[in-house]
Design a binder for this molecule. Sequence first.
Ligand code: ASP
Length: 328
Amino acid sequence: MVKYALITTGGTIAMKKNAAGKAVPALEGTELLGVLPPSHQGEWEVIHFSNQASSNMTPDRMLQLSQILKEVLGQGQFEGVVVTHGTDTLEETAFFLSLTVPTAIPVVLTAAQRDASETDSDGPRNLHNAMRIVKSPGVRGRGVLVSLHSQIHAAREVRKLHTSQPDAFSSGAAGIVGYVDGDEVFWLRRSLPAIRIPLPERLANVPIVKAYTGMNPAFVEYLLGQGAEALVIEAFGRGNLPPDLVSTIAKAVSVQGIPIVITSRCPFGRTAPLYGYPGGGADLERAGAWFSGDLSSEKTRLFLALTLGLDTPKPTLKAWLEHGGLEA
Ligand code: ASP
C-alpha cells in the first residue's frame, strides 16, 4: 500500500552521460525507485515535477513545488515525502519549502554529485538513505531536511561547499541534525524553529550583489534602478563594504525606500554592525542597512522575496532577518 511520495525535480541523481560523455537528464522517477528492493517499491508513489538541472530552478518554480507539496501532504495519505533535486541550488529550494510548508510530516531533499552512469555514484545510496530517514522513528516534526553522504542537515543552515566531492554539504557550527548508519537513523539535535510564511500571490524581485575590492557603486545603483524591491549585498567578513558604497545605500533606503540587507562572503558566522570606520558595519547601519544574522545571501534573498510579497511591515522584517529567519 502506498504510504510515501517521491517528488522528482531532476539533478545529477537522475542524469547519465550522453554519447559525448556529458551528464544530461535521463532517469525518470520509476527508474529511481530501483534503489529499493522490489517488495518495497509499491510503498512509493512517484510525482514528476521536472527532470532538469537545478540551475533551471527559479523562485516561481519553488513556489509551484511548494504548492504541490502542500497538496500532497494535504491528502492525508502520505507519511513522508522525498524530493530529488540537483545539488547546485538544493539549499535554496529546501529553505523555501521549510518556510512555506509547515508540517510535522517528514520531507527530505536529496541529490547526488556523481551521475547514474558512474558505477560508484553516490545517488542510489543518498536516495535510499532519504527514504530510510522519512520512515525512521522520531523523524516527525523536524522540519524540511536535506540528506547526502549519510548526513542529515536542517534546511536553514545547509550549504554546498564543494563543487564535486560527495561530502560537499555542511551546516557549519550548527552541525548536522542526524546521520544514517546502515539501516538506522540517529538524531543529534532538533532543527531550529524557523519563521513560517504563507505562500504569497507574488514573489518580490530581490537581486544579490557580491562585494569586491574596489567595487564601483554604479553597479549597485544600476541594480536599484532595475525594479529591485530589496537588495542583498554580500559584504566582507562581519558585514563591511568599500566606503564608496555608503552614500548609495543611504540614498536607496531613505530616498527610494528599498531595503538593503547585508550578508557575508564568509560561508558561516553572523554579520553585525561592529566596525565604526567608513564602510564598516556600524556605518552601514547608520545608512539604514539591515543585517541578516547567519543567513546566507541566497536564503536572505528568498526570505525577502517571500515576505515582501506579503507586504510584511518593514520593522517586523528587519527583526526577523536579524534573527536569521528564526523565531525570536
Ligand atoms: N551539479 C548538479 C547536481 O549535482 C546539477 C544540478 O544541480 O542539477 O545535481
